[in-house]
Design a protein around this ligand. Structure first.
Ligand code: SAM
Ligand code: SF4
Length: 326
């Protein structure tokens, strides 16, 4: 299925919960956000029905996100049910990694293909500060477990904030020499307020990476996922670096995804307030064709590009990132 701008839509991002055991300073306010009630959130059966229908209309790839997807009970059988759908070829997850160590093996066995793990700094104190209480050691154990059980390629997500230091970059340079991971730096997107200050630019990060005497960054081909990151490697590294630039060089032209929020709304674009209510239709007995029609309506509404950097079009977002599913 192609949208109005000839982008092939075959990727659904599913936010299975708005709840999270962290309160990252750029994602949520310190007191958290008003949580959805049990009834407001789609059941796994409801998610599965939508995914099954969409898989008959070109969706091949599913990413589970949140909030923190691993805090929702029953995630493993849910993954097993998605994996049983013939048309689905890739099931990935974005997680903060804190609960991953104990679950990695079962997630893999259920059919999860790979994980992206958020790791904004490797300084335990800064990590606790940025996540407002998170334990770095648990996330590092989660990364190790993901590598050990083969939830690969493992990708790390680092949002650029003022917490990132040269020590972090040195660690990541060393890490991609030791492990076949992809370390991706992501520009902060102003969705609601952030309690962190602006971080270094992508160019500054590249300059730092090049300064460690391990060779110079060289562009390389995309690794599994075909996402928006531009990848680079270093001469002797097993892994790579990725740079995701929604602000300085947006990639809307290759955006191939639709989102489904935990409370049952299709979103054509992360950075737009447009939503299409699928939950009400689902709970009022809509046919599979009707659900598919709502999906096509969502695709038709996919904007050509976001307007975050256009000063004439200020956007007030209704939801924080944890409520959309980043
Ligand atoms: N809890 C999981 C996690 O942290 O990986 C999944 C949900 S989280 C909303 C998904 C991704 O969005 C994370 O990598 C997080 O760092 C990123 N994110 C959250 N707020 C962001 C913002 N304002 N700008 C850029 N990335 C953001
Ligand atoms: Fe939770 Fe992920 Fe948001 Fe951090 S970025 S508060 S871990 S949802």
């Amino acid at each position: 299925m192609y949208d109005s701008y000839n982008r092939k839509i075959q990727y659904l991002r599913v936010s299975v919960t708005d709840r999270c055991n962290f309160r990252c300073a750029y994602c949520m306010p310190a007191q958290g956000v008003k949580m959805l009630s049990h009834d407001e959130i789609l059941s796994y059966e409801e998610f599965l029905r939508i995914i099954r229908i969409l898989s008959n209309h070109g969706v091949k790839k599913i990413r589970l996100t949140g909030g923190e997807p691993l805090v929702r009970k029953g995630i493993i059988p849910f993954i097993r049910d998605i994996a049983a759908l013939q048309a689905i070829t890739d099931i990935s997850m974005t997680t903060n990694g804190s609960l991953l160590a104990a679950m990695a093996e079962k997630l893999k066995a259920a059919g999860l293909t790979r994980v992206n793990i958020s790791l904004d700094t490797i300084n335990p104190k800064q990590f606790r500060q940025i996540t407002r209480g998170g334990d770095l050691a648990q996330t590092l154990q989660g990364i190790e477990a993901a590598l050990a059980v083969g939830l690969t390629p493992v990708k790390l997500n680092i949002v650029l904030t003022n917490m990132i230091t040269e020590q972090d970059i040195a660690y990541f340079v060393d890490f991609i020499h030791r492990e076949p991971v992809s370390v991706r730096f992501i520009e902060y997107m102003p969705i609601g307020e952030s309690a962190t200050g602006p971080g270094p630019s992508i160019e500054e990060i590249k300059t730092m990476i090049n300064s460690f005497g391990r060779g110079k960054l060289k562009p390389t081909i995309d690794i599994c996922g075909n996402g928006p990151a531009k990848y680079y490697d270093l001469p002797q590294a097993k892994g790579s670096f990725g740079f995701i630039t929604p602000i300085s060089e947006h990639f809307c032209g290759v955006c191939n995804r639709i989102r489904l929020t935990a409370d049952g709304k299709f979103k054509p674009c992360l950075l737009s307030n447009q939503e299409i209510d699928v939950k009400t239709a689902l709970r009022n007995g809509a046919s599979d064709d009707k659900i598919a029609e709502l999906f096509y309506q969502t695709i038709a509404k996919k904007p050509q590009g976001h307007t975050l950097t256009n000063p004439d079009e200020p956007t007030q977002f209704f939801r924080r990132m944890s409520q959309i599913g980043g």
